[in-house]
Ligand binder design. Structure first.
Ligand SMILES: NC(=O)c1ccc[n+]([C@@H]2O[C@H](COP(=O)([O-])OP(=O)(O)OC[C@H]3O[C@@H](n4cnc5c(N)ncnc54)[C@H](OP(=O)(O)O)[C@@H]3O)[C@@H](O)[C@H]2O)c1
Length: 273
């Protein structure tokens, strides 16, 4: 049966800004009821305000997705508020740059926790409701989740873990009608104030030109839910990387070695946040 977003309940983690917020706007435009999430209540309130045209179809719940009890409480609150859950988009994530040798352990810890546990916990507690609604779980990954590049080691490891999680969930749940998908994004337009973690944990800005808009990323999430797609590689360069890696692995290695991480350059933020 075709996916009808009207009346569906969509929880998007990390949706107070960036790609998550744009995904929330897109689902709301198509008639869904939205649950926004992030840790900062003030930022969430601001995002709810920006989406006031959707009235009471937008609701927010502040929670840290790395905390299992907060995730359990968030899902319970969603069910108490809307009575159902149809789509979970595991979007909350944090990126880093720097040689692995220079990484402070706190960076390894944060990036692993947010990107892996921060997707596993909401999914774990949402599954009974998604089972009932025969709903969807989408994991927002990266091309670094397809291939390791210099300078993004632990982010790459964390995003690759999402593929394993999604594949296992598919094996466990598809017979019961729960859809599981992974979206592999290329560099995507950032909010102007977005920062990632430098090797010492200090905030850095990313300077690379984006190849995808937030709207295109949001459209891709929506299409995955609509068509119940298992894997989507956004952008031609993403699909090219997958093709090259499968058919010409040594050539792909050589090209990536030569880049020495130049495609993942970032610069330290002048004023700390
Ligand atoms: N932008 C890109 O180029 C790109 C490329 C490939 C993949 N991706 C992936 O796309 C997703 C979104 O990226 P983005 O660029 O839109 O990020 P962003 O602008 O930094 O937004 C991150 C969102 O996640 C929330 N968040 C962070 N840690 C959280 C936590 N522990 N618990 C709950 N919420 C948390 C943030 O709100 P609070 O800080 O208030 O919690 C914010 O709403 C991430 O998974 C990222 O890895 C992005």
């Amino acid at each position: 049966m075709a996916f009808d977003p009207k009346g569906k309940v969509v929880l998007i983690t990390g949706s107070s800004r960036g790609i998550g917020r744009e995904t929330a706007v897109l689902f709301a435009e198509r008639g869904a009821n939205i649950v926004l999430n992030g840790r900062d209540p003030a930022r969430l309130a601001e995002t709810v305000g920006r989406m006031h045209r959707f009235g009471n179809r937008v609701w927010s719940y502040p929670a840290d997705v790395t905390d299992p009890e907060q995730c359990r409480a968030m899902i319970a609150a969603v069910l108490a508020h809307y009575g159902q859950l149809d789509v979970l988009v595991n979007n909350a994530g944090i990126s880093m740059r720097g040689p692995f040798l220079e990484l402070d352990p706190s960076v390894i810890d944060s990036v692993t926790r947010v990107n892996i546990l921060g997707a596993a916990y909401p999914t774990r507690f949402a599954l009974p409701a998604l089972h009932e609604s025969r709903g969807s779980v989408v994991f927002v990954s990266s091309l670094a989740g397809v291939r390791g590049f210099a300078g993004v080691s632990i982010y790459s490891a964390a995003k690759m873990a999402l593929t394993g999680l999604a594949e296992s969930l598919h094996a466990e749940l598809h017979a019961d009608g729960v859809h599981t998908g992974v979206l592999f994004l290329a560099f995507t337009e950032n909010d102007p104030d977005k920062t990632i973690m430098g090797p010492d944990g200090a905030p850095m800005r990313i300077t690379r030109k984006a190849s995808t808009t937030q709207r295109q990323a949001a459209e891709a999430v929506y299409r995955m839910v609509e068509r119940r797609t298992r894997k989507t590689y956004l952008t031609a360069s993403g699909r090219y990387l997958v093709f090259m890696q499968r058919h010409f692995p040594r050539l792909t290695d050589a090209v990536i070695m030569r880049s020495k991480g130049s495609i993942h350059r970032a610069r330290r933020q002048e004023s700390s946040q």
